[in-house]
Write a protein that binds this ligand. Structure first.
Ligand SMILES: CC1=C(/C=C/C(C)=C/C=C/C(C)=C/C=O)C(C)(C)CCC1
Ligand SMILES: [Fe+2]
Length: 547
């Protein structure tokens, strides 16, 4: 297993042509751009956790039935400092590191509880975010790194704190139809006023239709929710949206700020400052995007840990939302490299299976409803919401499917009624073995799997002019555990899950986390933007992906 998890991956700087078998649909033109950890050893020092690995961007460019693959390490300050020192000198999620004296390129940036929490890492290894015309590699700290999505070059380092008061931000933003970005972050150092902040980044600078200006300058915090506990805000990896609401789960998986403030001197990792409080509840915050205020009812459910929201929508006066839920935070334990590398089968057996659960939250609570009565009248779900005293409502989910992670949907249905979830099937270990299509209406599923194949998160790309929700293809990068078999990009028909094509690449493909598909049409639209309206330093970068 070490071969797949712990081994440093070789970057593929020169685009390499893939061997295509089958037929890639002619309409499928664009680039699948993904991110994930690729290097876990620097010199003689090793990271402890798989989520610590240095970000390795990779892409499959698909044009006229041909595919080219390339990969490049994100040239973050973290990467450069580590490579220069030939050891790990910047702390990550599961590894606390100490810079060489005098060489601390990271400033001590915290104002409160300061001098103790070193500046966070800019090793943006989790996802890729589109922001206006720009693309950023993202993680969960206050830093994002602008990248060139064609060449995979690293551009400027952006500090969210310059624009919104957050020290942590999710790597799973949402996008509306106009391309505006909606994200959430946590402010942990504002004089003890620990809060969760929802913010919007417009796709274009307000007041102009011009593209090319950095939209981040116009980021706007539109709602903040005080943390229930000032010293232990919840950890969250994503959140949900419907057309009018934001769903935020304040779960009992928490960051301990005091522990974080002393972690550096105690020599322990950030991960050790997080803990699951099984005696607590999970609070469900529903924020009205129109009034920019939370719905006052106190919704809660049993303790759980959610990393990924799948989708959410409104129906008959309720917000319905689907999440992948765990009983506890043991998933993060499994990804310690020590667990992944020795006795893999034994150590990585999941104690809590990722389960697709549907929650229903009533938007208006009838004052006259009896205590203990179920406020959900929606016929399509067995989820309940029981009225309790003092304005509390206890939500119990409907369990839909067990053993899936890395969920994706047809994004045109984000925040709206939908039917299909594309995900990785995970059975006894956190390693995906199959790709799954789950139909929330019929509760049936289709699967794709092959011996020695570990699929990445499946990305849905719609057929141009598609009518049906599943009219399109699924793209997934497949890592091969068989040394005789090359890794490949798999193209499935999203309707029936049959293989349309595979593009095998003679390259060192890594297991990644998340990414997006950039249709060529997007580049073309950008190409038509007059050059003088583009202000960025990379405005002269070639716009046609060079395969
Ligand atoms: C560095 C750092 C963090 C990093 C967290 C990471 C990198 C989480 C990755 C999560 C993934 C990949 C989840 C998948 O489901 C924290 C804890 C936010 C806060 C302190 C500094
Ligand atoms: Fe994620």
């Amino acid at each position: 297993m070490e071969i797949i998890f712990g081994r440093n991956k070789k970057e593929q700087l020169v685009p390499v042509p893939a061997t295509v078998t089958g037929k890639i649909p002619t309409w499928l033109q664009g680039t699948l751009l993904r991110n994930g950890p690729g290097m876990h050893t620097v010199g003689v020092s090793k990271y402890n956790h798989w989520f610590d690995g240095l970000a390795l961007l990779h892409s499959f460019s698909i044009r006229d039935g041909e595919v080219f693959y390339r990969s490049k390490y994100l040239q973050s300050d973290t990467y450069n400092a580590n490579i220069e020192a030939n050891k790990i000198v910047v702390s990550e999620f599961g590894t606390m590191a100490y810079p060489d004296p005098c060489k601390n390129i990271f400033s001590k940036a915290f104002s409160y509880l300061s001098h103790t929490i070193p500046d966070f890492t800019d090793n943006c290894l989790i996802n890729v975010m589109k922001c206006g015309d720009d693309f950023y590699a993202t993680t969960e700290t206050n830093y994002i790194r602008k990248i060139n999505p064609q060449t995979l070059e690293t551009l400027e380092k952006v500090d969210y704190r310059k624009y919104v008061a957050v020290n942590l931000a999710t790597s799973h933003p949402h996008y509306d139809e106009a391309g505006n970005v909606l994200n959430m972050g946590t402010s942990i150092v504002d004089k003890g006023r620990t809060k969760y902040v929802i913010f919007k980044i417009p796709a274009t600078a307000p007041g102009t239709k011009k593209k090319g200006k950095s939209p981040l300058k116009h980021a706007e915090a539109f709602c903040s929710i005080p943390s229930r506990s000032l010293l232990s805000p919840s950890y969250y990896h994503s959140f949900g949206v419907t057309e009018n609401y934001v769903i935020f789960l304040e779960q009992p998986f928490k960051l301990d700020i005091l522990k974080m403030a002393t972690a550096y001197v105690r020599g322990v990792s950030w991960a050790s400052c997080m803990s699951f409080h099984r005696e607590d509840k999970t609070y469900i915050h529903i924020i009205d995007q129109r009034t920019k205020k939370p719905v006052p009812t106190k919704f809660y459910t049993d303790p759980m840990v959610v990393f990924h929201h799948v989708n959410a929508y409104e129906e008959d006066g309720c917000v319905l939302f689907d999440v992948i839920a765990y009983e506890d935070s043991s998933l993060y334990e499994l990804f310690y490299l020590a667990n992944l590398n020795q006795n893999f089968e034994e150590n990585s057996r999941m104690t809590s299976v990722p389960t697709l659960k549907r929650f229903a939250v009533p938007l208006h609570v009838d004052k006259n409803a009896e205590l203990g009565s179920n406020l959900i009248k929606v016929a399509t779900t067995r989820a309940t919401a029981l009225k309790e005293k003092d304005g509390y409502v206890y939500c119990q989910p409907e369990v839909l499917y067990e053993g899936l992670e890395l969920p994706r949907i047809n994004y045109a249905h984000n925040g709206k009624p939908y039917r299909y979830i594309f995900a990785a099937e995970v059975q006894w270990s956190p390693i995906p073995t199959k790709i799954l299509k789950y139909d929330v209406l019929t509760k049936s599923s289709l699967k794709w799997g092959e011996e020695c194949c570990w699929p990445a998160e499946p990305v849905f790309v719609p057929t141009p002019g598609a009518k049906d929700e599943d009219d399109g293809v699924i793209l997934s990068a497949i890592v091969s555990t068989d040394p005789q078999k090359l890794p490949f990009l798999l193209v499935l028909d999203a309707k029936n899950f049959t293989e349309l094509a595979r593009a095998s690449v003679d390259a060192d493909l890594h297991l990644d986390l998340h990414g997006l598909f950039i249709p060529d049409a997007d580049w073309d639209a950008e190409k038509q933007t007059p050059a003088e309206t583009r202000e960025d330093e990379n405005s002269d970068a070639p716009l046609t992906p060079q395969a």
